[in-house]
Design a protein around this ligand. Structure first.
Ligand SMILES: NC(=O)c1ccc[n+]([C@@H]2O[C@H](COP(=O)([O-])OP(=O)(O)OC[C@H]3O[C@@H](n4cnc5c(N)ncnc54)[C@H](O)[C@@H]3O)[C@@H](O)[C@H]2O)c1
Length: 255
């Protein structure tokens, strides 16, 4: 039975990913800072979930998680690098503390977890990094968040290039706007954010954590056996056009 380490598994997208991979038969090593929510996940499948409460930026966090997976389940087959922080600011408003936080959580920790997983994988392996549409295209005021997610796209391609010959696949999922504890307040209260992110999405709704979990489940499965180095965008079409809805069909001229 495959064992997959999921970071940020307590809530939001990571929680949905962990639950979906459990449905698909994986053992899950669930990592997060929020222990109560982790415990509730373990209660759903006590025999197939092990939890570790950790800050992923701590020096020993990646090796501690990988070691626990090996001790508990005897193998590690996959890593979903999901934990991250969001809601950054325009570059001129970002102090060094905020910059360092984005780089530490969203980039450095993903790199270090990937390295630890690579050292633990057996004959093959599977790394799925959660990037963002902002790693592929800029949007207003995304500052260090966009930079961090672009780095994740680069890391994904590098992993795919270097470790394919070992039978290890690496892919990224780039979510559009997904309603989670990270975004719920802005979706509810920030009209400009809604205008940029929701009103301009061709498929006019906010995404759900399950939308992302479904994409991860595909990439984690054998159906994606020849898919590596790919960035799977799950955004209701936002990245394809991003045109304000009020430039509707009557403004499209066909000559
Ligand atoms: N929600 C969206 O619209 C959206 C869009 C694009 C990308 N993403 C990405 O998806 C991922 C998950 O986002 P989400 O919306 O579910 O966020 P969330 O804030 O709801 O959940 C993130 C989880 O990661 C954990 N976490 C954060 N920092 C941690 C740390 N240092 N150590 C341990 N655990 C930590 C949190 O405790 C939380 O459980 C992130 O990488 C985010 O950038 C989200």
């Amino acid at each position: 039975m495959r064992t997959t380490l999921v970071t940020g598994a307590a809530r939001g997208i990571g929680r949905a990913i962990a639950e979906r991979l459990l449905e698909d038969g994986h053992n899950i090593l669930a990592s997060d800072m929020l222990s109560d929510a982790l415990d509730s996940l373990r209660d759903t499948y006590p025999d197939r979930v092990e939890v570790i409460r950790q800050d992923i930026t701590e020096a020993d966090a990646p090796d501690a998680a990988v070691t626990l997976a090996m001790e508990r389940f005897g193998r590690l087959d996959g890593l979903v690098n999901n934990a991250g922080v969001g809601h950054s600011r325009p570059v001129h408003e970002v102090d060094d503390e905020m910059l360092d936080r984005f780089l530490a959580v969203n980039v450095r920790a993903q790199f270090r977890f990937a390295r630890s997983a690579l050292n633990a994988f057996g004959a093959g392996g599977n790394i799925i990094n959660i990037a963002s549409i902002f790693g592929l295209r800029s949007s207003v005021g995304s500052g260090p968040y966009a930079m961090s997610k672009a780095a994740i796209v680069g890391l994904t391609r590098q992993l795919a290039t270097d470790y394919g010959p070992r039978g290890i696949r690496a892919n990224a999922v780039a979510p559009g706007l997904i309603e989670t504890p990270m975004t719920a307040d802005r979706i509810q209260n920030d009209r400009e954010f809604r205008r940029i992110m929701v009103d301009t999405t061709p498929f006019p709704r906010v995404g759900t954590p399950n939308d992302i979990a479904n994409a991860v489940a595909f990439l984690a499965s054998d159906q994606a056996a020849f898919v590596s180095g790919h960035v799977l965008v799950v955004d209701g079409g936002w990245l394809a056009g991003n045109n304000p809805r009020d430039t509707g069909a009557e403004n499209i001229h066909v000559s």
